[in-house]
Design a protein around this ligand. Structure first.
Ligand code: NI
Length: 228
């Protein structure tokens, strides 16, 4: 399932983050943090992970996603791998097709995180740069995603994906991985659809014996499938 999360960050927050991510920020070669096959495809810049700036901005992104009900319902997060920040511009302008590593090691906490889901948060406006679409290859074909600043896309970690060359301006984004309480994309999708439809049924009809029963079904499926 590929899901767009809207307006995670306000225009004021975005302006402040973009100012922090100017040329003075500690940008390093993105290939320094890619492994194996991915390193041959990666040509971008990344904010130094241990920098005070990265740690401060990570908190803002985490705060934004963790208070979004749609993110919670779709991802059912168990662990979030610390958000990273990247820049595509000039000669460092693309990330060819690759699959992210299945298990990542979070330096800060020492934890290992299984990458069930990936999330990219767009930090500047689509009109600010040419190209730079996130191409996600899934079973229904390739989706080319380029969203307004403050929107994010959540997609399965199993997908082959790429960032197409940025031909003008710069593309700023944050991205992170989620280990879900529910490992299977199919099971997460069923839970998400049940949850969203229950929400609408309640809005239309209020609480009924059927919504109560189906909420029980939701929780019983979650109990069957979740690991905490
Ligand atoms: Ni990737």
């Amino acid at each position: 399932m590929i899901l767009v999360l809207k307006n995670l960050l306000s225009p004021e927050e975005l302006a402040s983050i973009r100012a922090d991510l100017g040329p003075q920020a500690p940008w390093i070669d993105g290939a320094s943090s890619a492994g194996g096959q991915a390193v041959t495809q990666k040509n971008n810049q990344q904010l130094a992970q241990d920098s005070a700036l990265a740690i401060r901005l990570q908190q803002r992104v985490l705060q934004a996603v963790q208070t979004d009900p749609l993110f919670f319902s779709a991802a059912l997060p168990r662990k979030i791998f610390n958000p990273l920040f990247n820049r595509y511009s000039g000669a460092s302008n693309h990330y060819g097709p690759h699959i992210d590593g299945a298990v990542l090691h979070a330096k800060q906490t020492g934890e290992r995180v299984r990458t069930d889901l990936s999330c990219t948060v767009f930090l500047n406006e689509p009109a600010d740069y040419g190209g730079g679409e996130l191409g996600i290859h899934d079973t229904y074909g390739t989706q080319n995603i380029k969203l307004p600043a403050g929107h994010a896309v959540l997609y399965p970690g199993t997908s082959l994906h790429e960032v197409r060359p940025v031909t003008r301006g710069q593309r700023l984004a944050s991205f992170f991985w989620v280990q879900s309480m529910v490992r299977s994309d199919e099971q997460r999708r069923l839970l998400f659809e049940l949850d969203m439809n229950l929400l609408q049924l309640r809005q239309q009809h209020g609480e009924t014996p059927q919504t109560t029963a189906l909420t029980g079904t939701y929780h019983n499926l979650l109990r069957m499938w979740a690991d905490t």
